[in-house]
Design a protein around this ligand. Sequence first.
Ligand SMILES: Nc1ncnc2c1ncn2[C@@H]1O[C@H](COP(=O)(O)OP(=O)(O)OP(=O)(O)O)[C@@H](O)[C@H]1O
Length: 820
Amino acid sequence: MSAKQQTGKLLKSPAWKLCSLYYQQFRAMFIKRALFSWRNWKLMLLQILGLLGVVIFLLKAENFVTENDDIARQMNLREYGQTIVPLAISGNSSLTVNLSKHLENMLKSEKQILQEVRGDIQNYLMGNKDCIHLCIVALSIEVKTNETVLTVLFNNEAYHSPSVSLAVLDNILFKSLSGPDASITVSNKPQPYHDYISMFNKHTSGMLVSLYVHFGMGLLISGFCLLSVTERVTKAKHIQFVSGIYVLIYWFSALLWDFITLFISCCLLLVIFKYCNVDVFVMDYHFLDIMMIFVLYGWSTIPLMYLLSFLFSKSTTAYIKLILFNYLSGIFSLYVDTAVRYMEIESIKSTVTRNSILNSLLLLPNYNLLKCLSGYFAFYNKKISCNNQRNHPDSSLCNTEDSVYSLEDDMIGKNLFAMGTTGFAFLLLIFSGDTRWWWKLKKNFIQYVYFAIYKKFNKELVSKELSGRSEDEDVEQERKRILDQSDDLLMATVLIKELIKIYFNCPAILAVKNISLTIQKGECFGLLGYNGAGKTTTFQMLTGEKIATSGDMFIEGFSITNNILKVRSRIGYCPQQDALLEYMTGRETLIMYARIWGVSEHQIHLYVNHWLSSLHLESHADKLIYTYSGGNKRRVSTAIALMGKPSVVFLDEPSTGMDPIARRLVWNLVTKIRETGKAIVITSHSMEECEALCTRLAIMVKGKFVCLGSPQHLKNKFGHFYILKVKVKPDTDKDALEDFKSFISMTFPGSVIKQENQRIVNYYIPSKDNSWAKVFGILEEAKEQFHLEDYSISQITLEQVFLAFAHTDKMEDESEENIP
Ligand SMILES: Nc1ncnc2c1ncn2[C@@H]1O[C@H](COP(=O)(O)OP(=O)(O)OP(=O)(O)O)[C@@H](O)[C@H]1O
């Protein structure tokens, strides 16, 4: 076999096809995420700048202690800018002349102002407002008989003013003794901290730096929930799953994109550490360690954000609340950690309690981040101190064997390990939410707990409403057929068996009441019913969006309740509300779904163009979805449902909001798709649409089927009467009209007035025993006899059948009405 043949065989193998499908889907999901960030770049930038800005601002604002912070500060008037130095001299001597000359020269060189004062210096200082801020040092020289008294007064408002005052005095004295070139430089340098205090300060500094980073991180990582919430709430996620996306691919692509964003932000953060002299984090390849901490933090916190996003139904609310959660969880856990470790609290004195509290904190990624950064900071600062003081007296403090990654209490090993494992745990929880296992658990809980309790307390209602028996013979026949031969019918494209849905609200809502149905391939089945009849709920159960309370549904033999994942790739779904991602264009959306379906890359553009032209969407293809009109959005949703290779397509009011031309296009498309052998299930409030598309239909009233069959069958069955519309002449008196009514009721026994207003009377005339010719003949004669202006006779329409059933619902509540 040639190499070319072998390659060809490999490309056609199922494993290769599966791999290429995975690749296609991953690509589609990754591009979707990238487009979200790209189109919302301002938000993205805000998140990254938020992180960097918060960290840089807080680091600059707080002067945290490092080795280099203990610098010597010069005690010099220059440090205060230009000041005034009042000088009062009383008496005269060569010493006073000498001292004042040196003072004058010294102040001149330092660009200070010498202010000679007459009288008491204290009075001058008290009486001069400027002195409050400008007179840091004041001098008085008093010549007495045997001595000269030099007094220097310092400004109590200014830092370091006593030592600066003494430095000024010492300098002029020294200059008078050793000449004008002599000077004394005075500096204020603190003694090095004692080891214990030093450690405490470094620990505090490390904690502050890690708190700042954690504040900034909160802004960035909370944003990762935005698309997850939007996709879930708009049902775009559901449609992607229905189109066949794999759970792992959906979540891993999201994780990878958000991870890249976090990684880039953390690289920039390292630059900020360098700029703000947080040397411990960047020197000697330490940035690699810090990067590893950030990577593990991302690994654990991003899945947690996804997981928490399930709690919210609005993306902005989710963002704000998750920022708060991230801040508070970090600070609160740190507080608990400090309280447990250092405070003497009676109830947590036992080691077991203490350890279990500390270990439970390890579940929080923010706690681990704080502990890792502060622990790392303190560890390396301690190491630097120990290296600086080689002959350190306490060798236990400078154990060079220690590793920052050890699992001991003050080291970071435990926290790194916790981040690694919690990341896995959170991811598993997310995946399990979309797996068969979780679906089954929820199903069993609803069926065997909720429903069992409901049945126990509502026996009468359940036996009356949920028995499934129907007064309509077609519905009853279908039900019996399904119950008797369910095994034979399993391979029907759609098989619905005793399906019940109860919303367990207060009070419980019985949305779908034990319906049974089969739909074969090549069939277009219409589900009609007025608002709230239960059509959408039925669709939601059939597409796996909602779990049935009882009963089962099969698509090509696969049970939805037991094997939802296998069913999903066999259906196309156009939900009632457009499940579109508004930041994408129509073309990008269709390309994404084509990739999910596994259309090969070189055919995608051709394939998408075909769908765009089928629905006349070419001119809007490259516009963002949020700019689309309602009708155009519906077209895109319909195209998504119809594309790919589904065995059955569910269309929930597909043509709502479409103009007549678009509606015809959709009808043609649906008919073509049906003719290829797919089953179509459609709900619509347009009877015209149902007549045009449906091969069979059912009318649903209050969760039950009340009739079932082809449109013609229903018209024949329920249309056993004609509609007679009579218009009498304007001058017809009341008696003549009454005569006409008596004539009709006598000639057509069983006829009923449906409506009467002004000169128009509408009748239902039984069609049995009355041919068209007979009715026309009689009315032609009556026209002359009763002076009728005009009349018309027509067959009942589907809409009238539907209205009759819709009315039966009202009539149940009110009273019986006269429908023949
Ligand atoms: N999430 C829900 N929680 C509680 N009740 C619900 C929920 N969804 C639907 N219902 C109720 O279930 C019943 C059936 O609703 P459904 O949306 O299936 O009707 P429908 O036939 O699709 O109506 P429409 O033609 O307006 O779309 C209604 O009484 C509705 O109020």
